[in-house]
Design a protein around this ligand. Sequence first.
Ligand SMILES: Nc1ncnc2c1ncn2[C@@H]1O[C@H](COP(=O)(O)OP(=O)(O)OP(=O)(O)O)[C@@H](O)[C@H]1O
Ligand SMILES: [Mg+2]
Length: 469
Amino acid sequence: MSVLLVEDDMSIAIVITAALEAEGFNVTHCDSVAMRDRLLADGPFSVLVTDVMLTDGDGIEGLPAIRDQFPQMPIIVLSAQNTLDTAVRATDTGAFEYFPKPFDIDELARTVRQAAVSSGGTIDALEEAPTPGLPLVGRSAPMQAVYRMITRVLRNDLTVLVLGESGTGKELVAEAIHQLGHRSSGPFVAVNTAAIPAELIESELFGHEKGAFTGAVARHIGKFEQANGGTLFLDEIGDMPMQAQTRLLRALQSGTVRRVGGRDEVKVDVRIIAATNKDLEPMIAAGTFREDLYYRLNVVPIQMPPLRERADDIEALARHFLQLAAGEGLPRHQLSADAAAFLGRQPWRGNVRELRNFIYRAALLARDDVIDAATLETLLVNQPREGGQGAQVSLDDSVVLWLADAAPAPGQVYDEALAAFERPLFAEVLRSTGGNQLRAAQVLGINRNTLRKRISELGIDPDSFARRS
Ligand SMILES: Nc1ncnc2c1ncn2[C@@H]1O[C@H](COP(=O)(O)OP(=O)(O)OP(=O)(O)O)[C@@H](O)[C@H]1O
Ligand SMILES: [Mg+2]
């Protein structure tokens, strides 16, 4: 089902397009009366959504003629002129609905859907439509505030700091800003500063020259340079060691980087988006985060609301994840209304990530096509907790779930999978030998130096398994 959106304010157009695409509509956007008429010359759309004040004229004036030509096509009028006059004029043209700005996107999407259905479209067609476009699902009021902030940074290069609890979608926001923004043709490079050993951070960010340190066998181009012309996403910025913070600040101030062991300053053109789940202000007070870096990064803060504060979104997210799971080869399921209500009552301390993992588990393990509240309740009770028993999940299933959740970077899938497998395996065997590495190596049937090397790489502390007498 198609929507023609006539709107000359790009930021509003983007938000509306995203909301309508999420509903399964195919949106065509234009910003002038002339373009509207040219597009309509090829035939009607399912719905026409139009602004009033357009660059080349009044969006309402031509509407009666359009209505005569396509009486089946519902027309929805949006306007910043909240005057009675525009409202009356809009209604006079037989507009299906009139929306004064600012309006609730949720309500607009609902109205467009109703309009489309009333003019002969079917809901089924909508539900089967894939959901292309924006990856961010959810139209609760707190998410709309997030979308508004996103639209404000698309046409500029202001530094954005995305804040919020773990699993609230900070990385998705960074990706959305890049994809929808004016740098989308450039690269999007993400660095997780928490995942890189402290001594390698500078080399990762700024690169190094051949021979800069032991092991630097070739010149390495850092993330800053890789992101040139695009966006650099600095994730988990609150975990960055002090020294790296100082170097980062210098790079941000000068717009240049110097490779480790190099002499030249290399100019870079990158948009910075940083994210953290840490509360940075107490860290500044404690002296573990640089205050000047904080102000550099915190130009446009975007605060991600925790899922428990937007229960309205849970059902849409759950259905979205069921669809994604099916797309990844898991059995296809529907969600019953009581299941959706059940999900809405859970605390979701792990936010969207926890919901996502839970839905994937449900997709994998539910026997019936329709997942109801009782099924979910059983799954929730039997959910494997940290260190607990996940007896009913096979290793095969675990791998599928792990891949979906950890989403390892291309080129690192095998290494990360191996680490994910070895960590609990070694821990379990070490626990059984009371931390004795020699015995653990014998049990595993591997060389004890191999074991020692691996547990140190994996950051496992064998002493923590020592039996206390
Ligand atoms: N609004 C949303 N719509 C769809 N999927 C979402 C949404 N928010 C989060 N997700 C999904 O939830 C998971 C966690 O999101 P993301 O990795 O962006 O969280 P985060 O805030 O960066 O978490 P962390 O602080 O742990 O890094 C991802 O699989 C992501 O795709
Ligand atoms: Mg993240």
